[in-house]
Design a protein around this ligand. Structure first.
Ligand SMILES: [Zn+2]
Length: 492
């Protein structure tokens, strides 16, 4: 695993055998998540899934930032929540609720595993105040005019993550911060801001109406739900400085312990070679892509297929390629369900052990997903050849299917085709192609057959009548390029 802290690849070793504590900087809920955000969360998800594949139990915490995150990431200025409240003429609590719901919906669609906790910053004001009190007591923070600042020059390890040491900051490395006469050093950052006019405010030991700084939120929530020292912390490379550097400074100055052992940062996402921006007209959310008829699996595949430490250039051409790749994998798993070859145990066994070895070797190497996928597609090609030659038995196909599903526990792009959870609680469907006859009753098979014949004869009335009849039986039929697809209502 590449560790930003040491700038090299290291053997991953958790603090406690078999258990991994992981914190992911979550979304600031003032807008929909864009595909750049979704890339960061896809990386966190695939990391968690692969650690589980390797047998670890992962305690994952992903927060929601709903106060104190400023535009341009300076520590005092315009709060994103405040700007959204103004934009939508709602109170900031309603804004947060709305975008949290939207994000949870996106997470389900993106097939992200549910974290152990999803804490909201505003639910943890007390924990933040306590952490700040500790920092004041330990001599790292100071109060001026009701606000509290962290004295960066007092923390000797400052800069160990980003390279922005106190000397470099003195030389003006962080020129973006506006002059503030209350600060001892201009690069000190705010822990608590006295601001009676701020739209969200709380009473604290230092002032009547104030709000927390963005950085202290993540420290407080990571410590509360995980530990004073955690194994892994992830985030986009744009969070590295000042956010993560400041998280380290606050946490370590308060606890006297190392905060995080492994820092993982994913690179930026570009759109058609350019930085994504609302003003550039190249800003996409998940719904923007589904409105263009792309499915969630293709988006997920695209976001995971480039190595996380490389810039990902999002293009519609690459999204098409992702869609084709997912379709190939899906068609392959469908084909496996309907195999009647003679079987040649030795050949398929060696192909299976080879692909598993290559898949794991690639993923063990700092989550090299692209190499893992290359191994997988080589395997698909070889097994397809065996099936063409009728050299794969039904039992062997079952084993291959199980192996593919094991890989897909990590990738998360095929398996859920089998089961669709609908909006109605408790109502689920199994989704299969009509040509995968397994599990379809004779009566249904005959109806599908008759409907196909009617469609060929352009007898739309009969075709529609049969569709309605199937619907009454709890089966929804959809016509796809691979043939009719069935959604069968589950008995349970
Ligand atoms: Zn954070």
């Amino acid at each position: 695993m590449h560790n930003t802290l040491t700038r090299k690849k290291e053997i991953f070793k958790p603090l406690e055998k078999g258990i991994v504590t992981m914190y992911n900087c979550g979304l600031t809920v003032y807008d929909y998540a864009h595909i750049g955000n979704l890339r960061a969360f896809t990386v966190a998800d695939i990391l968690r899934r692969y650690l589980e594949y390797k047998g670890f139990t992962v305690k994952q915490v992903m927060n929601f930032t709903d106060v104190g995150h400023m535009f341009e990431d300076v520590d005092i200025g315009k709060d994103r929540m405040e700007a959204a409240a103004k934009r939508e003429k709602k109170n900031p609590w309603a804004i947060a609720d709305f975008y949290i719901k939207a994000f949870l919906e996106d997470s389900r669609k993106m097939n992200f595993e549910e974290p152990m906790e999803r804490p909201k910053a505003t639910d943890h004001i007390q924990e933040m105040i306590e952490l700040i009190l500790k920092l004041i007591k330990n001599g790292y923070a100071y109060v001026v005019n009701g606000s509290v600042y962290f004295n960066v020059a007092k923390f000797k390890d400052y800069g160990k993550l980003s390279g922005n040491t106190v000397e470099k900051l003195r030389a003006g490395a962080s020129g973006r911060v506006e002059f503030n006469p209350d600060k001892i050093n201009q690069f000190d950052f705010a822990l608590w801001i006295n601001d009676p006019k701020h739209i969200m405010n709380w009473k604290s030991p230092w002032c009547e109406k104030g709000y927390p700084g963005w950085h202290i939120e993540c420290s407080a929530m990571a410590i509360k739900y995980l530990a004073e020292t955690i194994d892994i912390h992830t985030g986009g490379v744009d969070n590295l400085f000042p956010h993560h550097e400041n998280e380290i400074a606050q946490s370590e100055a308060a606890t006297g312990k190392k905060f995080v052992n492994y820092w993982l940062h994913n690179e930026h996402l570009l759109v058609e070679g350019e930085r994504m921006g609302k003003s550039l007209g190249n800003f996409y959310t998940l719904s923007d892509l589904t409105a263009k008829n792309y499915d969630f699996n293709s988006v997920r595949y695209l976001l995971l297929s480039t190595h996380y430490r490389q810039q990902l250039n999002f293009t519609f051409k690459s999204l098409e390629a992702a869609r084709n790749a997912v379709a190939r994998l899906t068609a392959f798993t469908h084909r496996l369900m309907n195999v009647k070859g003679i079987g040649r145990g030795d050949k398929i066994r060696s192909l299976m052990s080879n692909v598993q070895g290559r898949f794991e070797e690639a993923m063990d190497d700092d989550l090299n997903v692209s190499a893992a996928l290359a191994a997988l597609f080589d395997f698909v090609r070889e097994v397809n050849k065996l099936m063409d030659d009728k050299m794969l038995s039904n039992e062997e196909a079952e084993e291959v299917y199980t192996l593919i599903m094991k890989f897909d526990k990590v990738l998360g792009v095929i398996g859920r085709l089998k089961k669709v959870v609908t909006r109605t609680p408790g109502l689920t469907f199994d989704v299969i192609l009509a040509k995968d006859e397994r599990g379809i009753s004779e009566e249904v098979k005959k109806l599908i057959q008759r409907r196909e014949e009617a469609r060929k004869a352009k007898n739309w009335k009969t075709a529609d009548e049969i569709r309605e009849k199937l619907k009454d039986m709890g089966i929804i039929i959809e016509d796809t390029t691979e043939g009719p697809k069935l959604r069968i209502k589950r008995q349970s």
